[in-house]
Design a protein around this ligand. Structure first.
Ligand code: ASP
Length: 342
């Protein structure tokens, strides 16, 4: 599906034709979020659970929108919005992270600042309550872009980030998902149809992400995830890979991805969308469509993105049955959607 909300007001000042005086207006700021893409079907969802998802998406996006409305940075809006989703057990990030094969939780996150092209990311952390905050610390206060595992947690302590006990990430629902996937995988392995099994495939989604444009015309994006249920060998997905899971460039757009990470890495999804805009002059919608509906499925992958461009146009594009998503524009108009045909 495509979505556009550009009101054409991209400059700080426009003529007020009614009284011929120049009046100040806000640039076309906006914010867009996702809570994961996958086989999200209405028939599998209770009314109360659906409402809980919609309420949490709205709560999160309003946090970021308030920051932008008050003139705050896109990066602050992105991280504070993602914090709300990380703290909710509904989403596969922070508190709701999925379990690894070893019954642990390993979290990945990244951020990118479109004004400077600075970026920060963490992979495989097990004791960081809000991995997106640590990604910001890596970007702002380390000479590196990407830190992983225990080293990232040592760095976190030097930045005053409190570590939590890994048990913080335990949720019964995610643990049961792991058990189901393991059982199914054990059975299917003999038959050799692992990748085709809907239960296995569909237990792998639920990342959160955000892209924002602030009143100064700066873009930022961030993504945070627990990765994929039953992942092993310290597998790292696309979410902490700059250019795959997250990308932002003030000349083009800010993008956050969700989906089958292996394919999103190989397709360099987030950067590809920006590059199609930068080098080929495509609109955000056309670029997102090209990557999500052609390039990723051609490789065999699925998932989606949310993105906002430098003019405030928004794309919420996915090739799965659903994607938890929301958008708020400069006028405060709110859209919260889950399924494909909404
Ligand atoms: N992209 C994430 C990963 O592969 C999963 C997701 O988006 O749900 O780790």
């Amino acid at each position: 599906m495509l979505f556009s909300c550009n009101n054409g007001q991209n400059t700080a000042f426009v003529s007020d034709f009614s009284d011929s005086q120049a009046s100040e207006i806000d640039p076309n700021f906006g914010i867009v979020i996702h809570g994961g893409a996958g086989t999200i079907l209405k028939e599998n969802m209770s009314d109360s659970l659906e409402q809980a998802y919609r309420d949490k998406l709205e709560e999160a996006i309003r946090v970021g929108h308030e920051i932008l409305k008050a003139g705050g940075d896109a990066m602050e809006a992105v991280t504070k919005t993602i914090n709300v989703l990380e703290d909710s057990p509904l989403f596969n990030a922070g508190k709701g992270a999925v379990f690894t094969h070893e019954e642990t939780n390993e979290l990945d996150a990244s951020v990118m600042d479109g004004a400077t092209l600075n970026a920060g990311s963490v992979a495989g952390v097990t004791r960081i309550k809000n991995p997106i905050d640590l990604a910001v610390e890596v970007m702002n206060n380390s000479p590196h872009v990407m830190l992983s595992g225990e080293g990232a947690e040592v760095f976190a302590q030097t930045r005053g980030i409190k570590l939590v006990d890994p048990s913080y990430f335990y949720t019964e629902g995610r643990f049961q998902s792991l058990k189901r996937v393991k059982q199914r995988e054990a059975a299917k392995k003999k038959m050799g149809f692992i990748a085709d099994d809907p239960l296995i495939k569909n237990s792998k989604f639920g990342t959160v992400g955000c892209a924002a444009l602030d009143k100064n015309g700066n873009l930022a994006a961030g993504t945070s995830t627990g990765g994929m249920t039953n992942k092993r060998w310290n597998r790292i997905g696309d979410a902490p890979i700059i250019g795959a899971g997250t990308y932002a460039n003030n000349n083009t757009c800010a993008v956050s991805s969700t989906g089958w990470g292996e394919f999103f890495i190989r397709a360099m999804v987030a950067h590809d969308i920006s590059a199609l805009m930068e080098y080929k002059g495509l609109s955000l919608q056309a670029a997102a469509r090209e990557v999500i509906h052609k390039k990723v499925p051609a490789l065999g992958g699925d998932g989606g993105i949310v993105a906002i461009d430098k003019d405030g146009n928004v794309a919420m594009e996915f090739n799965t049955a659903g994607m938890y998503r929301a958008h708020m524009n400069a006028e405060g108009e709110l859209i919260v959607q889950i399924y494909k045909d909404e």
